[in-house]
Design a protein. Structure first.
Lengths: 172, 289
């Protein structure tokens, strides 16, 4: 089994393959999520948490909505994890993403990686979150304090927000 | 900027002409009136033209002007008799010498939008004419062609010299010749047997060319379509055509350039042929994380 390399955990031989890229409608629990990455061959674990921020491009954000095309998103997400494993030689990689309504401060996305050493764990973690943001069909709708809302990255070519809403925002 | 000052002249207007002044001798019936899938050949040809030109006319002999089928359309009446199809074009050019003419015969039931669109895209207004090279004999196809205004004088001289053959005129002129994208599009029909065969081909095509697809909408497109999913019967052959069809129905603000396409939950291409039963998703710019 030496040729199987350290990418497969020696302690869970013959375990059925589990999707490591998943969506959840309930709060992400990083402590539970990181348990699946545990591996005696790994000395490094790196994680990234993306949190809901209260502003975006100068606008005050009240809450967020995430929506995903889950069938394709899971496929593309799994491809990204496999790429990270192959490229950086990490043992385990996983990503959880919320969908539905989120409040400020909530955890929107979690990426975790375990590897023999910290260097590849950091690199793989960074690679995964960057690729997920670029490639996976997930959309974010921001609801602003001013009362209006917009789909991030989709609204610049759409009609501009009403002047009244702009004036109100600048006045607060 | 003044277009003349910049050295660019406005191109001539493009007018369309359906040649429906023939005598249909071998068919023994008026070819313009032959029906295909509930529409006469003349109506089909005029519908194809009207979508592409500034003005569309039907070319008639003087004794056909009152024919109800032809009277529905703007007409141009032949001035010459017994010289064949060039009579119609000469009359049209005499009436509107400033225009370029997209000329169509009235016996091309398999002619499709794609063949005309390709002709117009490839058209070179600096040449005398733009035409297809016949897939049968390699000679110019004169009756699905664009004749530029500069063809008017040589054409009049050609006829005045006693010639009648439009293929020979194009072969001897500065004609841009194109290969046909659909080699059957210009099959003309002259006999009842050919009419039957064309009808059978069209019936087979129409069952093959509409397909059932489902479309799922996400995010901004879901809001603009006002639905999450729908089942459609469409003639769109590709996701690109399907998106144009849907964009005509819904107030989509996203240009196709900023979207990606998925077919059956896998990324696809805008030009991938759609199959019956495909599930299509247009993917707006993503914003995960």
């Amino acid at each position: 089994m030496r040729w199987c390399s350290f990418r497969r955990s020696p302690v869970v031989e013959n375990a059925p393959p589990q999707p490591m890229f998943r969506f959840t409608r309930t709060p992400i629990e990083p402590q539970a999520a990181r348990a699946q990455l545990a591996d005696p061959a790994c000395g490094g674990y790196a994680a990234f948490e993306g949190w809901v921020r209260d502003s975006h491009e100068g606008r005050r954000v009240r809450r967020l909505e995430y929506e995903a095309f889950e069938a394709l998103a899971v496929r593309e997400g799994e491809r990204i994890l496999a790429e990270a494993s192959a490229r950086f030689g990490v043992a385990h990689a996983a990503c959880l993403h919320r969908v539905g309504e989120l409040a400020i401060g909530e955890l929107a996305v979690w990426v975790g990686v375990s590897a023999p050493h910290r260097h590849e764990a950091f690199l793989a973690c960074r690679y995964i979150i960057d690729e997920v943001k670029q490639r996976v069909p997930i959309w974010k709708k921001e609801h602003y304090l001013s009362g209006d809302s917009g789909w991030v990255n989709c609204e610049r070519c759409a009609a501009p927000p009403a002047h009244a809403a702009q004036a109100h925002e600048h006045g607060t | 900027m003044d277009p003349l000052a910049s050295g660019r002249l406005a191109p001539p207007p493009l007018y369309g002409l359906v040649l429906a002044g023939g005598r249909s001798t071998r068919m023994r019936r008026d070819k313009a009136a032959l029906a295909y899938q509930g529409q006469t050949q003349l109506e089909r040809a005029m519908a194809l033209l009207t979508a592409l030109v500034a003005r569309a006319f039907v070319s008639v002999r003087a004794d056909q002007r009152g024919d109800p089928l032809r009277a529905r359309f703007a007409q141009i009446t032949d001035a010459h008799q017994n010289i064949g199809p060039l009579a119609g074009l000469l009359a049209a050019q005499a009436q509107h010498p400033e225009a370029a003419w997209l000329v169509l015969a009235c016996d091309l039931p398999l002619l499709d939008e794609g063949t005309l669109a390709h002709l117009l895209r490839a058209r070179d207004p600096a040449r005398t004419a733009t035409a297809y090279r016949s897939s049968h004999d390699g000679l110019p196809e004169p009756l699905c062609a664009v004749y530029e205004p500069r063809s008017r004088e040589p054409l009049a001289a050609y006829v005045a010299a006693g010639n009648q053959c439009p293929r020979k005129f194009l072969a001897g002129a500065d004609t841009l010749l194109l290969d046909e994208p659909n080699p059957r599009a210009l099959d003309n029909i002259n006999t009842p047997e050919e009419y039957g065969s064309a009808m059978a081909t069209l019936t087979a095509q129409s069952s093959a060319t509409t397909r059932h697809v489902t479309v799922q909408y996400y995010a901004l497109l879901r809001e603009q379509a006002g639905r999450r999913e729908e089942a459609l019967v469409t003639a769109a052959r590709t996701p690109r055509e399907l998106y144009s069809e849907l964009a005509a129905r819904y107030p989509f603000s996203l240009a196709p350039e900023v979207l990606r396409v998925a077919i059956n939950a896998e990324f696809g291409e805008w030009s991938t042929p759609l199959k019956d039963g495909d599930a299509v998703v247009f993917i707006p710019p993503v914003a995960g994380g």
